[in-house]
Design a protein around this ligand. Structure first.
Ligand SMILES: [Zn+2]
Ligand SMILES: [Zn+2]
Length: 315
């Protein structure tokens, strides 16, 4: 029975079953989808600038280097705690001010606006490793999963996966996208040319690829057939994520509604530690990690099923 189910699933999701318009990964890599031409241009800009910076300042000095790492660390916390665990999966509820600060640092780190990030991420979980997954390496290959989907996957599926994210407190951030990225890219120039490159474009490229590895290398479990979840834990990626927990991706796909991604002391998860600290400070509550909830908000966590309706708070 298990074998026939697997065969049927593999057949259902065979790449040959889909027409060219449904296979965006078959486009040339430079064919950006509509408004995502801006994303494409931004990614080229930071990479070209970073390469120039590495050639001019390969050793920027400790203050600049540590400053760049600190910015990447703070921005990474914004993405994993606010975007991923709080907004996309609702596995923790944040005080609005805490959520606002974490959203700002995530955007400063190049993670984009929260509503589109979260709705695309919910689609990723609901359709993991099917042709409707935004970033499956099984269908599109490594570079599709790592980067290309960012500018070629088409409109954000907000109507289906993010109706709750149309609230003004989320939508308003899209209007700050260009000013925040301009500040992130150009602002470090105030501290000199080495800081301009390292605190700006080089840090932004580092943060981008750290996040993108979750979609690419964390979805390369061997022996998986099309249509089965290919997520896996990748220990070395924890270093690049500065132990913030996102590299425990198999854990996360197993329990996407949990705020805790590292499940034991050998799986460091500073994102979860940050959530516990915010909880102690009264800035986070309804932490879903297996403990009984003391203060239920009435809204369940999201992402426990492939079924899209399970991701739709209106359902
Ligand atoms: Zn995944
Ligand atoms: Zn997730």
């Amino acid at each position: 029975m298990a074998i026939s189910n697997t065969t049927a699933r593999a057949d259902k999701f065979s790449p040959e079953k889909f027409s060219p318009v449904e296979r965006p990964w078959e486009q040339p890599w430079y064919a950006a989808s509509g408004p995502d031409i801006g994303v494409f241009g931004w990614i080229i800009l930071i990479h070209v600038t970073a390469l120039v910076g590495l050639a001019m300042f390969p050793l920027p000095g400790w203050p600049v280097f540590l400053g760049a790492l600190a910015l990447a660390f703070i921005g990474g916390l914004g993405t994993t705690v606010a975007y991923h665990r709080a907004i996309a999966h609702r596995s923790v509820t944040l005080n609005p001010w805490a959520r606002g600060v974490l959203t700002f640092v995530a955007m400063f780190n190049g993670s984009g606006a929260p509503a589109s990030w979260a709705s695309r991420h919910r689609q990723h979980h609901a359709q993991a490793d099917t042709p409707d997954d935004v970033s499956s390496p099984i269908f599109g290959g490594f570079w599709w999963a790592h980067l290309r989907w960012l500018w070629q996957t088409g409109p954000s599926p907000m109507d289906h996966y993010g109706r709750d994210l149309k609230a003004p407190s989320y939508i308003v951030w899209r209007y700050f996208q260009v000013p925040i990225l301009t500040l992130s890219y150009l602002g470090p120039l105030y501290f000199g040319l080495a800081a301009f490159f390292w605190l700006g474009a080089i840090r932004l490229c580092f943060a981008l690829h750290a996040q993108c590895f979750v979609n690419s290398v964390c979805h390369t479990e061997p022996g998986i057939v099309a249509g089965e979840d290919s997520s896996r834990n990748v220990r070395w990626l924890g270093l690049m994520h500065m132990m913030q927990g996102e590299n425990w991706h198999r854990n996360h796909h197993s329990r996407p509604g949990w705020a805790r991604l590292g499940w034991n002391w050998r799986q460091p998860d500073i994102g979860y530690v940050t959530i516990l600290a915010l909880e102690k400070l009264g800035l986070a509550y309804d932490v879903r990690d297996g403990r009984p909830l003391a203060n239920r908000s009435g809204r369940g966590p999201l992402g426990n099923s492939r079924d899209a309706d399970a991701l739709d708070p209106a359902a």
